[in-house]
Design a protein around this ligand. Structure first.
Ligand SMILES: N[C@H](CCC[C@H](N)C(=O)O)C(=O)O
Length: 294
């Protein structure tokens, strides 16, 4: 019997970032990694993240949320998924100001007719916060590269934690670099003991960044809200943009405001309901024979 068997789910997306909402508040249980991986299969219910809702731990919050990637690993933040659960909860309760709690802190959300604004908290730039494997001189330019050693295609990323770890490489030609080729080795590089989300960012103007993302535990996605936040604060920290930028991802635009007053990162963008259903044993069980190679 699969643990999640017979549980209802809601399929949503944030700019094409594929989200599954599991409302587990009435009967909480952990999301088994193997069941998440089975569910994410292309011919079952392909998703990038599960947003699992648990009973609130603190007064004034709607739920404690845990985030599970398609590979079954847990993440500390999911911007697109946060906008999705805000829309979900607004639809359920009629309330348009919602606060969720995650391992990374509070997520204060406002649902408006033209989109959802989520407060993603403050960024952390210290090497131990990212985390990195050891102390570095400057997290604005990490000594890390990819591509031919004599002429690296990617080098000197900015690194930041916005609830989850991110590395942003600055490039002039987004289409000239195959992120699917370099994403896996960078995601798993030993400098990132908890792995990392890997972005290529082109700074078009002080108000506009174009971004492509290889997500930790999910691979190439149509959008990544936390990466948009990470790229925005990193570009501002380098003085290459202002603190309010439009971030264009393959799935569309997010608007990031790294608020002067308290350094909170406000992310605004769409969230979309697609369909709902109920999980079955077949969806949660991967019967693919595992060939033992001796
Ligand atoms: N798609 C998510 C990011 C998930 C992050 C996850 N890939 C990790 O940190 O392991 C977003 O919109 O922020």
């Amino acid at each position: 019997m699969a643990a999640l068997e017979n549980r209802p789910f809601v399929k949503m997306n944030g700019l094409g970032n594929e989200i599954v909402v599991l409302d587990l508040r009435d009967a909480p249980l952990a999301v088994p990694a193997a069941e998440a991986r089975a569910l994410a299969r292309a011919d079952v219910l392909p998703f990038d993240q599960i947003m699992a809702l648990y009973p609130p731990l603190h007064e004034g919050t709607s739920a404690f949320v845990r985030i599970v990637n398609a590979d079954g690993s847990e993440a500390g933040a999911c911007g697109n998924g946060t906008r999705c659960i805000a829309l979900y909860e607004a639809g359920r309760t009629g309330r348009h100001h919602l606060v969720f709690e995650s391992v990374a802190g509070l997520l204060d959300c406002t649902v408006k007719p033209d989109g959802v604004t989520a407060d993603m908290g403050v960024p952390h730039f210290g090497w131990a916060d990212i985390p990195l494997a050891g102390p570095v001189a400057d997290t604005r330019e990490l000594e890390l590269q990819a591509g031919p050693s004599e002429a690296p295609l990617l080098r000197a990323p900015a690194v930041v934690n916005v609830g989850n770890p991110h590395a942003i490489f600055w490039v002039d030609d987004l289409d000239g670099i195959d992120l699917a080729q370099y994403g896996p080795e960078l995601e798993h590089h030993p400098v990132f003991p908890e792995r990392a989300n890997i972005s290529l960012a082109k700074i078009v103007s002080p108000e506009h960044i174009v971004l492509k993302v290889w997500e930790r535990g999910a691979g190439l996605t149509r959008a990544c809200g936390s990466a948009a936040c990470a790229a925005a604060v990193s570009a501002a920290r380098l003085g290459r943009t202002g603190r309010r930028v439009r971030v264009t991802l393959p799935g569309g635009d997010l608007f990031i405001d790294w608020r002067e007053a308290d350094d909170h990162i406000l992310m605004t963008g769409p969230a979309e309901y697609e369909f709902d259903g109920r999980l079955t044993a077949a969806m949660l069980t991967d019967d693919t024979p595992h060939v033992e190679v001796n």
